[in-house]
Design a protein around this ligand. Structure first.
Ligand code: NAD
Length: 489
C-alpha cells in the first residue's frame, strides 16, 4: 500500500453563486428564513448560506406551479421548444462560471464540472426537439362514423428531488422533461451542492420561462419531500438518490397514488473475460472508477476478472489508480477531487475496515489523505468473499474490489446475485460472449468494451431495486404524460 500525493490547494477568492429560492418567477434570499452553510469539500471553508423554504414558501411554490400549469400545458410545443433551446444556448455561454461554482461546492475537477454543463445543453436541445413529437394515435373504429383518438397530455404539477453528485445534470434532466411535456415543477435540489440548481433557475428565468413553471426550494430533505409529495396539487414525483430514500418516497407516493420516476443507486458489475483487450479494459475501468471520486450511480464497483488475465488486469488497474492525481478540483492537473461530504470519508473508511476484517488485502490506498478537505485515496482491494460489504453494498466512492472467476456463467450469476440492476460493464473481444452476457445480465444499461451511457438521445434508468422509469431517449416524456382516450361519432 502506498499513499497518494495530493495536488496543492488553490486559495478561493472570486465570488460564488448568490444562493436563493426561486418561486413564482422571483429569486428569494434569506430575509428572515433559516439558513444552512454550504462548504467547499476541498478546503472545509464556508462558501455561502443557503436559505430554507418556509411552509409558506412551499405553499407559494405549489400554488404558482398550479396556476402556471393552466397556461403552460396549453402553450404550443413550438413555444416550449424555443424556451428549452434558449436554455441550451445560455448554458453553453455560462458553462465556465457555472462549472467553477460546481467545483467549489461539489469538489469535482473543473474540466468535469464545465463538461457537465456543456453536455447538459444537449439534454435541453434533445428535449426541445422531442417535445414537438409527443404524438397520440388514431385507433381504427368498429363503425365508420366513429373516431377513436388516444391523446397524451401533461400529467400536471410535478415535484422532483435531485442529488449532489451531478448537481446540474440530474436537475436539468428533470426540468426539461417536465417542462417539455407541458408540466410545471417544484424542485428541491441538493443542499450540499446547491449552486448548479440556482444557476439553472437563472437560465430558465433568462430564457423567458413564464413565472411559476419552475420553482426551486431548499430545506430539510425529509420534511420538504414529505410536504410536497402529500400535497394534492402534486401529480408526479421524480427522485434521484439512494435506494433506501427512494423506497421511502415511493411508498409515500404510492399511498397518495402519485406517479413516479425513480433513479436509484447501483452496484455495477464489471466483467472482464479472458479474451478482452486487458490493458484497455483496466485503463478504462480505473479511469471511470475515479471519475467524480466514484460518486456516480453507474460507477463500476464490483470487478469480476477471468483467471487467465486476472494478474495482468490487476497490475494495470492498480498502476492507473496509483497514477490518479488527487486534489482541489480548481487545479488543472487534478483528476480526482474530494468526496462531496465529510460523512462520505467515514463511509469509505468503514468499507475498508470491513474489507480488512473479512480477509481482504488493501493493495493500494485505503485511507483518507493527510490534508484539509474530504480526500480519500483511490483504493484497490483483493481477496474478498462475495458477502463482504464492498461486494454487496454500493460504495459510492473511489474503492474497487477485484475478484477472479473461472466460469463465465458463474461470473454472471454473481453479478446478478444482488438486488441492484442499474449498469453493467463487459469486456470481451468475442461477439458470442458479448451477446450471451448482455442477454443474461440483469441491468438497465449494459456497456460492452466502452462507456456509452447518459447521452441525451439514449434512455437512462435501472431495473430491480435500482429504479423505475427512464430519463433521456425517446422514453423521456413517458413519466410526465397521461393517456386519454377520446371516442366520438
Ligand atoms: P442519502 O441517502 O442521505 O441522500 C441521497 C440524496 O437524497 C441526497 O441528495 C439527499 O439530499 C436526498 N435525500 C435524502 N433523504 C431525503 C428525503 N427524505 N427526501 C428527499 N430527498 C432526500 O445519502 P448521501 O450520503 O447523501 O449519499 C450517498 C448515497 O446516495 C449513495 O449510497 C448513493 O446510493 C446515493 N446517491 C445516488 C445518486 C444517484 O445518482 N442515483 C446520487 C447521489 C447519491
Amino acid at each position: 500500500m502506498s499513499a497518494t500525493t495530493i495536488t496543492a490547494g488553490q486559495k478561493q477568492s472570486a465570488a460564488y453563486e448568490t444562493l436563493a429560492l426561486y418561486i413564482d418567477g422571483r429569486f428569494l434570499g434569506a430575509e428572515g428564513r433559516k439558513t444552512e452553510p454550504v462548504y467547499n469539500p476541498a478546503t472545509g471553508e464556508v462558501l455561502a448560506q443557503l436559505p430554507h423554504a418556509t411552509r409558506a414558501d412551499l405553499d407559494a411554490a405549489l400554488a404558482a406551479a398550479e396556476r402556471a400549469f393552466a397556461t403552460w400545458s396549453r402553450t404550443s410545443p413550438l413555444e416550449r421548444s424555443a424556451v428549452l433551446r434558449k436554455v441550451a444556448d445560455l448554458a453553453r455561454a455560462r458553462a465556465e462560471s457555472i462549472g467553477r461554482n460546481i467545483t467549489l461546492d461539489q469538489g469535482k475537477p473543473i474540466a468535469e464540472s464545465v463538461g457537465e454543463v456543456q453536455v447538459c445543453a444537449e439534454h435541453a436541445e434533445w428535449h426541445a426537439e422531442e417535445c414537438r413529437r409527443i404524438y397520440g394515435r388514431v385507433i381504427p373504429a368498429r363503425r365508420h362514423d366513429v373516431r377513436q383518438l388516444v391523446l397524451r397530455e401533461p400529467v400536471g404539477v410535478c415535484t422532483a428531488f435531485t442529488p449532489w453528485n451531478f448537481p446540474f445534470n440530474q436537475a436539468i434532466r428533470k426540468m426539461v422533461a417536465a417542462l417539455g411535456a407541458g408540466c410545471t415543477l417544484v424542485l428541491k435540489g441538493p443542499e450540499t451542492a446547491p449552486s448548479a440548481v440556482v444557476a439553472l433557475a437563472r437560465l430558465f428565468h433568462d430564457a423567458g420561462l413564464p413565472a411559476g413553471c419552475l420553482n426551486v426550494v431548499w430545506g430539510v430533505p425529509a420534511e420538504v419531500s414529505d410536504y410536497l409529495i402529500r400535497s394534492p396539487i402534486v401529480r408526479k414525483v421524480s427522485f434521484t438518490g439512494s435506494i433506501p430514500v427512494g423506497k421511502q418516497l415511493a411508498a409515500l407516493a404510492g399511498a397518495h397514488m402519485k406517479r413516479g420516476t425513480w433513479e436509484l443507486g447501483g452496484h455495477s458489475p464489471a466483467i472482464v473475460f479472458d479474451d478482452a483487450n486487458v490493458d484497455q479494459a483496466a485503463t478504462t475501468l480505473a479511469r471511470f472508477k475515479t471519475r467524480n471520486a466514484g460518486q456516480v450511480c453507474v460507477s463500476p464497483s464490483r470487478f469480476y476478472v477471468q483467471s487467465g488475465v486476472y494478474d495482468r488486469f490487476a497490475a494495470k488497474f492498480i498502476e492507473v489508480m496509483r497514477s490518479t492525481r488527487v486534489g482541489d478540483g480548481l487545479e488543472k492537473a487534478t483528476q480526482m477531487g474530494p468526496l462531496a461530504h465529510a460523512r462520505r470519508v467515514d463511509v469509505m473508511q468503514a468499507f475498508v475496515d470491513d474489507a480488512r476484517s473479512r480477509g481482504g488485502e488493501v493493495v493500494f490506498g485505503g485511507a483518507r489523505l493527510a490534508s484539509p478537505g474530504n480526500f480519500f485515496s483511490p483504493t484497490v482491494v483483493t481477496g474478498l468473499p462475495d458477502d463482504a460489504r464492498l461486494m454487496t453494498e454500493e460504495p459510492f466512492g473511489p474503492i474497487a474490489p477485484l475478484t477472479p472467476f473461472t466460469d463465465p456463467q458463474d461470473a454472471i450469476r454473481r453479478a446478478n446475485s444482488l438486488p441492484y440492476g442499474l449498469a453493467a460493464y463487459l469486456f470481451t473481444e468475442s461477439l458470442k460472449t458479448a451477446t450471451m452476457a448482455a442477454g443474461a445480465i440483469e441491468a438497465g444499461m449494459i456497456n460492452i468494451n466502452h462507456f456509452g451511457m447518459a447521452l441525451a438521445e439514449t434512455p437512462f434508468g435501472g431495473i430491480k431495486e435500482s429504479g423505475i422509469g427512464s430519463e433521456g431517449g425517446a422514453e423521456t416524456f413517458d413519466g410526465y404524460l397521461v393517456t386519454k382516450f377520446v371516442t366520438h361519432c
